[in-house]
Design a protein around this ligand. Structure first.
Ligand code: UT7
Length: 333
């Protein structure tokens, strides 16, 4: 037996304001029927004007700590593509608002793959004995970077946050993170980007153009890449931990499009009933997507203690990541 990071707490939140497909179809050239059939999304949530990622991260963090029965942790890792400000990172503010004291806290920027990356960083800190307990959060106020005129993105994304607590224990404990597979392909960075606002543009001395600061995505190409990398990466992590595909009880994929989730299941040979689907309720919430789906699935009784669970995410970077764990008994916050 050896030391491992074990899932000990889980919590998730979405802001109360709902944006339905019908509401979007009133201001964009789209329809409820198109959005439902092409994506599976029925609605998404948005922060109120003036709301920010840290508000959601704190609320999810509180729930995860409560679920773990802990008042504090040794480290906070926050995955987000929509920090409260370009600088500083948002994690220290979240740690302070949670009353966690002067602990290390930092952001991970891996867009929709961010939560799996942050999970691996948290597990790594436990393996290296720099932490006994870690709060890993995925949180986004993604609607704040969407061009309201772009039907290709405005219909897809929503806001939310999910968090887990990891604690050090033995690797045969339920909840132990058994393995990871991570990867990236920066040669395709332009498929998902915010072109403006960074050093490339600013060093040129040109004033930023308003349109450069919106999120952009080449949807069709991203779809293909997502299916390829999520299925390959899931296969890779399952091989690493020695689990035959047929023994996987649940696959919790990044919630971008139900057609992506079903294609990944099909390519892997996993019955699509085993793929957790939560995007119908919240859309694509980027780094918050997997922990929100975990919390929803746990609450619906789709994740049971002892289940073999594969997580897989993909997004801007391009970056992707997968993880494997046996689901533990958990009080959901
Ligand atoms: O989070 C990171 C990962 N992100 C993703 O994985 C997103 C991946 N991409 C997707 O989910 C899909 O590509 C989209 C949902 C973005 C688009 O679906 P699609 O089936 O790939 O549509 P398309 O871009 O191929 O467009 C098909 C048709 C086009 O019309 P024509 O040329 O066939 O007449 C589009 O103009 O659908 C049209 N269209 C729309 N119609 C109504 C595109 N967007 C919309 C829309 N409403 N919102």
């Amino acid at each position: 037996m050896s030391r491992a990071a074990v899932l000990a707490g889980l919590g998730a939140v979405v802001p109360p304001r709902e944006i339905t497909n019908q509401m979007l179809s009133e201001r964009l050239d789209t329809t409820d029927a198109w959005i439902r059939t092409r994506t599976g999304i029925l609605k998404r949530h948005a922060v109120e004007p003036g709301g920010a990622t840290s508000d959601l991260a704190v609320a999810a963090g509180e729930k995860a700590l409560k679920s773990a029965g802990l008042a504090t942790v040794d480290l906070v890792v926050l995955a987000t593509a929509t920090p409260d400000h370009p600088l500083p990172g948002t994690a220290p503010a979240v740690a302070a608002r949670l009353g966690l004291g002067h602990i290390p806290a930092f952001d991970v920027a891996a867009v929709c793959a961010g939560f799996v990356y942050a999970l691996s960083v948290g597990a790594g800190a436990i393996a290296a004995r720099t932490a006994e307990t870690v709060l890993v959060i995925g949180a986004e106020a993604f609607t704040s970077i969407l061009n309201p005129q772009d039907r290709g993105t405005a219909i897809l994304f929503g806001d939310g946050a999910g968090a887990v607590v990891l604690r050090a224990d033995e690797d045969d404990e339920p909840g132990a993170l058994a393995g990871f597979d991570l990867g990236s392909d920066g040669s395709l960075a332009e498929l998902i980007s915010i072109p403006g606002g960074g050093s490339r543009q600013r060093s040129g001395g040109l004033p930023p153009d308003q349109d450069d600061s919106w999120f952009t995505m080449q949807g069709r190409e991203v779809f293909t890449q997502a299916v390829t990398h999520m299925s390959r990466s899931t296969k890779a992590v399952l091989e690493k931990v020695g689990w035959p595909v047929a023994t996987v009880d649940r696959i919790v994929g990044h919630q971008a499009n139900v057609r992506i989730l079903h294609s990944v299941s099909e390519l892997l040979g996993i019955d699509k009933e085993r793929a957790v689907v939560h995007l119908d309720q919240v859309g694509n919430t980027s780094a918050a997507s997997i922990p929100l789906a975990l919390a929803a699935a746990a609450e619906r009784g789709e994740l049971l203690a002892g289940h073999r669970v594969a997580l897989t995410a993909f997004g801007g970077g391009l970056a992707w990541g997968s993880a494997a764990l046996v689901w533990p008994e958990l009080a959901t916050g």
